[in-house]
Design a protein around this ligand. Sequence first.
Ligand SMILES: [Zn+2]
Length: 270
Amino acid sequence: MAAMRVTVVGCAGTFPGPDSPASCYLLEAEGFRLVLDLGNGALGTLQRFAGLFSIDAICLSHLHADHCVDLGAYWVARQYTPDGPRPPIGVHGPRGTAERVTEFGGEGLAAVQARFTFRDLEPGTTEIGPFRVTADHVNHPVETFGFRVEHAGWRLAYSGDTGESDALVRLAEGADLLLCEASLLDRPHNPPNLHLTARQAAEHAARAGVGQLLLTHLVPWNDRDLTLAEASQAYRGPLSLATSGLVLGPGAPLGAPPAAGPGAPPPAGR
Ligand SMILES: [Zn+2]
């Protein structure tokens, strides 16, 4: 697989919805699979698109449960497979990620660290498999990172959870696709420095000059049509709402007919 392929596994914000788990995105290129966030319910749906043990690395934007709680379930899967425990894979997250996963049901820190190699995220650029990943702090009550992921000249930006953020605009500058949270609708008393409204997400996309905008972290109690309508007032490029199973990438732009099938079939025997 030469070009990057982005699969929306989970796009529900704050808690899972009837049609989608919480935040999770599968990035694939050159046979390498990187998972961005692993929120409530995501481990189940992820298996529709990738073999359970075919994941090569995981990147967590922050440690709120709707972005990372299924890493506890994934620890159980990697620990107790009938063939014996699986070798550790890299988990890139904020400081304290290992301790957080231990809270989710791991059997102590050492046991969790035996299945995952934790690396503290810092602002800056690192290589994860074939991907060039740039992280920066965004605007949320706990330490939270947004990401820019580049491969073969194609650029994805992901907001994580954030209120209004110049760092997000920098990460998304000229990106081919911005995957941006839109947790809120325009209301008079939205809390500051927490989440973006759909309109604010669109304003960030316009400022960054992105090629396409996919709104995500969609809270199930919000009206989807209203979310799209409010965003469309501030961003004139290709714009859509995320759905679980949506596949995007250099060969699959927003608005293209859906690709055949539910995504890549899981590799045999894994
Ligand atoms: Zn959050």
